[in-house]
Design a protein. Structure first.
Length: 200
């Protein structure tokens, strides 16, 4: 067991093996690999990516940023050179996976256009499409912020790309403000997504 749990790679592989065992069990119980099953798999992937994305977002905002002033200056380079770049990798690709699988899921379930138009094609008559649409728009704005504002500014702030040192503080502040924006938007985004599945 230690060989599994002391290696992140092995732990993740074991998690997927356990999920595969559950899959085989559900097939044995009579679940068929039909359209509904595959939409479930896409939703599962969407949720896994979303947990990675929002988990990293909340880690940055609830743990890393508030802790930085408490870290001695001589230890801060370890955060900027080792931890932050690795966390940002999972953060941005979690965002990409979330939006990608979310769009595929909306298409497979037939509400992609209705959701992105907030139900305008139906005269705003389907509350579920409005709710999921609000969530999708908030998620899309958050995804855009990650890839086109937060990540480019973090690369400057962390010195991942070459640039003048005097640009780093402004880049760090921009990245922080948009990360905080995403933290704020994540709350109504999750509300809208859950509401669409459970209220309407």
């Amino acid at each position: 067991m230690a060989a599994i749990l002391t290696s992140l790679r092995n732990t993740v592989i074991a998690g997927f093996v356990l999920a595969l065992a559950l899959l085989l069990l559900t097939i044995d119980l009579g679940v068929t690999l039909d359209y509904g099953f595959w939409t479930f798999i896409v939703r599962w992937a969407h949720v896994i990516c979303g947990i990675m994305w929002i988990g990293m977002l909340w880690y940055f905002n609830f743990v890393q940023m508030p802790s930085m002033p408490k870290i001695p200056d001589e230890q801060k380079p370890a955060i900027g050179k080792v931890i932050a770049p690795e966390a940002l990798f999972w953060f941005r690709w979690g965002a990409m996976g979330t939006i990608g699988f979310g769009i595929i899921l909306a298409h497979l379930n037939g509400y992609l256009l209705d959701a992105y138009t907030l139900g305008a094609w139906e005269g705003f008559a389907v509350p579920k499409n409005i709710a999921i649409g609000v969530g999708m728009w908030l998620g899309t704005i958050m995804w855009f912020n990650v890839w086109f504002i937060i990540w480019p500014n973090q690369k400057v702030a962390l010195g991942i790309v070459d640039g003048p040192a005097d640009k780093k503080p402004a880049a760090a502040r921009t990245a922080m403000l948009f990360s905080r924006t995403n933290t704020m938007l994540s709350i109504p985004m999750l509300f809208s997504m859950v509401a669409a599945q459970n209220i309407f």
